[in-house]
Design a protein around this ligand. Structure first.
Ligand code: HEM
Length: 477
């Protein structure tokens, strides 16, 4: 497990195992736990869509530790379906399009902040993280980061730092926790340690903020900018009790989860993208030229979907850096997983289906799937956006909601905010890259590694999350 989670660079062992053993193999976890590592596309599609699998124990524990019981990420079965159906209203293509002016304002402000940085290598992650927090709080609650208050923002930073720390001790602790009965796990959460204090404070802040916002909205009625909570509360039709309508408590319970889910993955993806642009200065120039071309030819607003290089670049960043590089599921009954290609077992038998027993933990190896040479080309380990333009990228049966990638996963638990994320990312890259140039620091000690700590993150030499880049404003190229 340590080789899987704590190599110097994420995937150092996992990608080799995939080459050696193929897209399905068994791995021994802590205390003899048996994990099935899966990157076969048909198997992944099956696990994601079958009701024979649910979140595995590690995800369940993390979600119940961080978020409210009634939030969509924690819910299961019929309750999950009802919450999803109700929340969809805030994340449709048209609802997301309404956010465009806001995305553009926040991204412009982030570009201004980056412009002010000295030319010395600087960590860009905090600026990106603050900007995406600002977007999510305005879209969900119509509140700016300032309105949330300094204590909230500080606690948000602490909770993200906590979520992105992964040590051998923590991996072991998690393995132990998975075996604890639920009541012991709940009791452990009340321990007076710094970690649990931060988590309790975060939950308290989110609950208080969610309940206050819902109360104020119910009292004030709908006015001015309509945000996601307005839509969920559906103030105008509250009395009619629509089939999927959420209660006020259920709306408030989504607050903390939406803040974390909507902020961190987006900020990290932006950081990885800018890092790759710094590593590929020629591509960065071509991308900027495309942006300036569209700026010069816009008659009304910018249509980001029409920019080929920008979208190829975003897809490649999502492919190489999927936030959920490893996603855990557990079989809730005996079942069979079909495979796209036959594999040889340790006894030499060729099989095209795998029988799994109830309780089997399946690791969906998303990062490995994104690097299968049979699907993405022989150079699948390289960052090469042009694969999306020259037909190399996998175009087979659709897996995820976007570009056949599993960065947003798929099936009934597919990321609720994927359209939101794509538009936000398009706008941010456009604003930042059309106005600023990103370069790698000369000093090797500033180099960045990739680690998996609940999500895929860039880390500095000291092991902390961050990405050092030299940023300078573009005059005329
Ligand atoms: C690059 C950005 C993003 C990535 C890579 C990403 C990825 C994911 C992934 C992999 C999951 C599935 C987790 C699981 O089942 O264990 C997920 C779930 C979720 N995401 Fe995202 N996400 C992103 C942005 C967003 C945004 C912007 C929002 C909201 C505004 C959002 C809201 C959610 C919610 C609510 C869920 C839970 C869905 C459920 O359990 O039914 N995400 N996301």
């Amino acid at each position: 497990m340590l080789q899987l989670f704590l190599p110097a660079e994420y995937g150092a062992h996992e990608f080799n195992w995939q080459k050696l053993y193929g897209p399905v193999y068994r791995l021994k976890g802590c205390f003899g736990q048996d994990r099935l590592m899966v990157s076969d596309p048909l198997a992944l599609q099956h696990v994601l869509n079958s009701n024979h699998f649910e979140h595995g124990p590690s995800i369940d524990n993390a979600v119940s530790l961080l978020f409210e019981e009634k939030c969509v990420m924690a819910a299961k079965g019929e309750i999950h379906r009802r919450l999803r159906a109700a929340m969809h209203i805030g994340f449709t293509a048209s609802a997301v399009r309404e956010c465009l002016p806001l995305f553009e304002r926040v991204a412009q402000a982030a570009a201004e902040r980056l412009k002010e940085l000295p030319r010395l290598p600087t960590d860009i992650v905090p600026v990106l993280s603050e900007a995406t927090l600002n977007t999510i709080s305005q879209v969900i609650l119509s509140s700016s980061t300032q309105e949330l208050g300094q204590d909230f923002v500080l606690n948000n930073t602490q909770i993200l730092a906590l979520a992105s720390s992964q040590s051998a001790v923590q991996i072991l602790a998690e393995a132990v926790a998975v075996r604890l009965p639920k009541w012991v796990w709940r009791a452990v959460m009340h321990l007076p340690t710094t970690t649990f204090n931060i988590i309790r404070t975060a939950k308290c802040f989110a609950r208080e903020l969610g309940e206050r916002t819902v109360r104020e909205k119910m009292e004030a009625g709908r006015q001015g900018q309509i945000d996601v909570f307005d839509m969920l509360l559906d103030l105008g039709r509250w009395e009619k009790k629509r089939k999927n309508a959420l209660t006020k408590e259920e709306v408030a319970a989504q607050t903390g989860m939406l803040f974390i889910a909507g902020q961190d993955n987006t900020a990290t993806l932006l950081a990885f993208g800018l890092l790759e642009l710094a590593r590929h200065p020629q591509f960065q120039k071509e991308l900027r030229a495309e942006m300036h071309h569209f700026l010069g030819h816009r008659s009304q607003g910018l249509v980001y979907d029409n920019m080929p290089l920008l979208n190829a670049f975003i897809k490649e960043t999502l492919r190489v850096y999927p936030a959920g590089a490893l996603q855990e599921r557990m079989a809730i009954q005996d079942t069979v997983i079909p495979l796209a290609g036959a594999i040889k077992t340790s006894t030499g038998e060729l099989i095209t289906r795998i029988l799994v027993r109830k309780g089997q933990v399946v690791s969906m190896a998303v990062a490995s799937y994104h690097r299968l040479e049979t699907l993405w080309g022989e150079d699948a380990h390289e960052f090469r956006p042009s694969r999306w333009l020259d037909g190399t990228a996998y175009q087979g049966q659709a897996l995820g909601p976007y570009a056949n990638l599993l960065s947003f996963l798929g099936g009934p638990r597919v990321c609720l905010g994927w359209r939101f994320a794509i538009l936000e990312i398009q706008v941010f890259f456009f604003e930042l890259v059309s106005k600023l140039c990103f370069a790698l620091p000369k000093d090797d000690s500033a180099s960045v590694r990739v680690r998996f700590a609940n999500t895929l993150i860039p880390v500095l030499q000291n092991g902390e999350k961050g990405a050092l880049l030299c940023v300078r404003r573009i005059e005329h190229e």
